[in-house]
Design a protein around this ligand. Sequence first.
Ligand code: MV4
Length: 450
Amino acid sequence: MFKKVLIANRGEIALRVIRACHELNIKTVAVYSTADEFSLHVKFADEAVCIGPPPSKDSYLNIPRIIAAGEITGADAVHPGYGFLSESAQFSKICEDNGFVFLGPSSDIIDSMGNKAKAKQTMKAAGVPVVPGGDGILEGPDEALEKANEMGYPIMLKASAGGGGRGMRFVTEATDVIASYKSANQESITAFGNGDIYIEKFIQNPRHIEVQILGDKHGNAIHFGERECSIQRRHQKLIEESPSPLVDEETRKQIGDAAVSGAKSVNYVGVGTIEFLMDSEKNFYFMEMNTRIQVEHPVTEMVTGVDLIKQQIRMHAGQKCPVLDNFQLRGHSIECRINAEDPSNNFMPFPGKINSFHMPGGKGVRVDSHAYAGYVIPTQYDSMIGKIIVHAENRERAIIRMQRALEETIIDGPKTTIPYQMAIMKDKVFKSGDFDTSFLETFKYNSEEE
Ligand code: MV4
């Protein structure tokens, strides 16, 4: 097992990794920018190294400085968290080349899943259902039009180097294909330095369902069921849950088996997430694979009883996947991401000082946060200040418990997403469990009512 892990991240996920390491008797090294000097991840790590000024490119994205911090502290592994360098094939390779175990997949796997068109082909070859469409990248606008006419409208054009909704175009008729291709191609070149585009049939009102997988170095892979992530605003998830209200035992087995064969086909090591679109008839289609731990991993931990970060570390230390007999999800878990944003003002970020801070507790309530009373939310990074996660016997009780937890929460200073999430917890459609990724487009929020 590792002796000392450097965490190349900040905020709640850095703290989450520190907690897992300490339970495994592993020492921890935090790295931080000058904007995070008073963050809890710095306080709770065994050692902390300042790696630069606030801009991410000079600190949390600065590979030479992170490697230097690992060298001077004698770390033997690097955990990348999520965001920042977590899906950088280059960072994975540089860590390994400098003698650190990268607690994520090899650069080859990150690369092959980062190329979304290629990832689809790989999954299709492994027998995973994929969104119908062209096979691989388009040669140019003419081929885009030809393929679109063959498969019928509406279609989606997607950037192969993109993901998470960036560089995407929705096209409803032939007259728009050429211009949409060109603009997606240009945007993709600007954003990712790669203009490759692929085409897919448009899936009407899909749900976003993802499967948590775990692979070891011995060719084994298992899954931990699905997460329902359809409550998103501009491709930012706000609420996640497990299990999905739409997924029955039979579908769970099918989608889980598909995810496992996808993971096995690339000899996947560590934690990963396979994202699917699911239509109203419960047909599911592979969309993308995320080769990192995700923000919403706690809902899976609550319904499986597994510590995913500990498992991730164990897999990279060479241990075998646990054997799951009669796998089933226990009860229901919901997570609300607490962002310092004003839901009444277009979710405008609201950095600044937190004057008072009281987090909920009691049965079935978990809080993952790096914030505290007196903490100043920096302006440079994302606005998530924590997550409230609940677990209960079933979905109805989990919703009641989340309402109770949100009610107890006091954050004085910044505006937060809490009142908005409270309104969702009281919404009839949300409560019914019958919603899709368009839910927030039509959700009416009246801040006066809260
Ligand atoms: C789609 C789609 C419908 N059909 N692809 C958005 C994020 C990116 N990962 C893929 N996305 C979508 N791809 C086809 N062929 C609908 C979406 C989509 C979406 C997906 C998941 C969660 C929220 C979404 C919101 C709008 C559109």
